[in-house]
Write a protein that binds this ligand. Structure first.
Ligand code: CMC
Length: 390
């Protein structure tokens, strides 16, 4: 084991070469396929970015039209898969429901799982993009005890997801174009982030040549944790607690700095960004716009702003180069849109899906891919004999 490098948390180990996403953590730069996130946020859409991440180039007008139509055509879930949702307890967290349903997709499409067959990979890509929002909204409906609606393919991906989440059969659902636009933007900002925990999980599982559904189901479970995608839910819980208990931001900061009960400022800090997360910058201004429009809980946004202001001026955070990350302001927006906390990480998963697919495909297309198999430093007892007479 002399040659084994010890790098817990993969702080310095590159596990892959990738041409998809570029991050410069010191400068706060994020680019998808070379395009700066700020330009994409201004001009592009979630589905266009999904195409860009997966195929490497922006689609032409016709390609985008085809892509959109194709995704719309595959929104229906097999009726037997719908039955799946009734097997969970009513208060089930929608993240494990999501990962279970995605895992189950490989049983419904068992004839198109070959990771090296271009046609099969294509159809799995479309199916996942089209069906994940439907699965997500059904997990939500199940928790509300409301009926699941059928998708309406005259609507685009984001519109359909909103209608399936908030619509009821008894009355027509009116889409709010500002909400559609804001959600589209948030999904786009989450679409990829190179080798984060869930994406690395997708790659590790995929390296055994597991199919796309199995690999991405594992990624969803990795995203569930509070240090990763679960942070957006944890941020809102933190803001709520501060609001409910009337804690002053200064007092809360003292707790964080003293590491009292391991309390952290959720939504702050990042393994790679040691400067302002560029996504958080865009999201902060969206939060202000959408809350003005929807009249959400301004007080929570206010607490978030005050915490940020205090943190950015505090030595503890400055020395450790801790800045707001993507999760700091998203929860306040999702809440204003009407989503409960439990759905926040699900929304992250919907956004991250194109990145997981693109990275899984890149792995499969790379002829030099080897199975992921980290080494260890053994710290146990070297060798001993089983006690005689036992
Ligand atoms: N609040 C208070 N202290 C913090 C925080 C925080 N949010 N984040 C890091 N620190 C401290 C940490 O205690 C350590 O201090 P010390 O040197 O005294 O031991 C130092 O900063 C370095 O932190 P680390 O935990 O070694 O850094 P890491 O790269 O291993 O962890 C992180 C990165 C994102 C897990 C961490 O910053 C964190 O737990 N943040 C809160 C959870 C969060 O917001 N996660 C979302 C990440 S972004 C999107 C996503 O991945 O989903």
């Amino acid at each position: 084991t002399g040659l084994v490098t010890y790098d817990p948390g993969f702080m310095n180990t590159a596990n892959t070469k990738s041409a998809i996403t570029y991050i410069d953590g010191d400068e706060g730069i994020l680019r998808y396929r070379g395009y700066p996130i700020e330009q994409l946020a201004e001009h592009s859409s979630f589905l266009e970015v999904a195409y860009l991440l997966i195929y490497g180039e922006l689609p032409t007008g016709d390609q985008l039209e085809d892509w959109d139509q194709n995704v719309r055509m595959h929104t229906m879930l097999h009726e037997d898969l719908k039955g799946f949702f009734s097997g969970f307890p009513r208060d089930a967290h929608p993240m494990p429901v999501l990962s279970s349903a995605v895992s189950a997709l490989s049983t419904f499409y068992a004839d198109s799982l070959d990771p090296f067959d271009e046609e099969q990979v294509h159809i799995s890509t479309i199916r996942l993009l089209a069906k994940l929002p439907v699965i997500a909204s059904y997990a939500f409906k199940k928790s509300l005890g409301q009926p699941m609606l059928y998708p309406d393919n005259s609507l685009n991906l984001v519109e359909n997801f909103l209608r399936l989440s908030f619509g009821v059969p008894a009355e027509p659902y009116e889409l709010d174009p500002d909400v559609v636009k804001a959600l589209d933007l948030l999904l786009m900002l989450h679409a990829d982030h190179e080798q984060n925990c869930s994406t690395s999980t997708v790659r590790l599982v995929g390296s055994s040549q597991a199919n796309m559904f199995a690999s991405i189901s594992a990624g969803i479970n990795a995203l569930y944790g509070p240090l990763h995608g679960g942070a957006n839910e944890a941020v809102l819980n933190m803001l709520r607690k501060i609001q409910a208990e009337g804690i002053k931001p200064e007092e809360f900061m003292e707790k964080v700095k003293n590491k009292e009960d391991g309390v952290k400022l959720m939504g702050f800090g990042h393994r790679v960004y040691k400067n302002y997360d560029p996504r958080a910058k865009i999201i902060k201004s969206t939060a202000e716009d959408i809350l003005n429009k929807l009249g959400g809980n301004d007080e929570l946004l206010d607490i978030a702003r005050r915490l940020e202001e205090k943190a950015l001026a505090d030595d503890y955070f400055v020395e450790r180069r801790l800045y707001p990350n993507v999760d700091f302001y998203t929860g306040v927006i999702y809440k204003a849109m009407g989503f409960p906390e439990k759905m926040f990480t699900v929304l992250f998963a919907l956004g991250r899906l194109p990145g997981w697919i693109a990275q899984w495909r890149e792995l499969m297309e790379d002829k030099t891919t080897k199975i992921g198999r980290p080494r260890q430093i053994y710290t146990g007892v070297q060798s001993r004999d089983y006690p005689a007479g036992r």
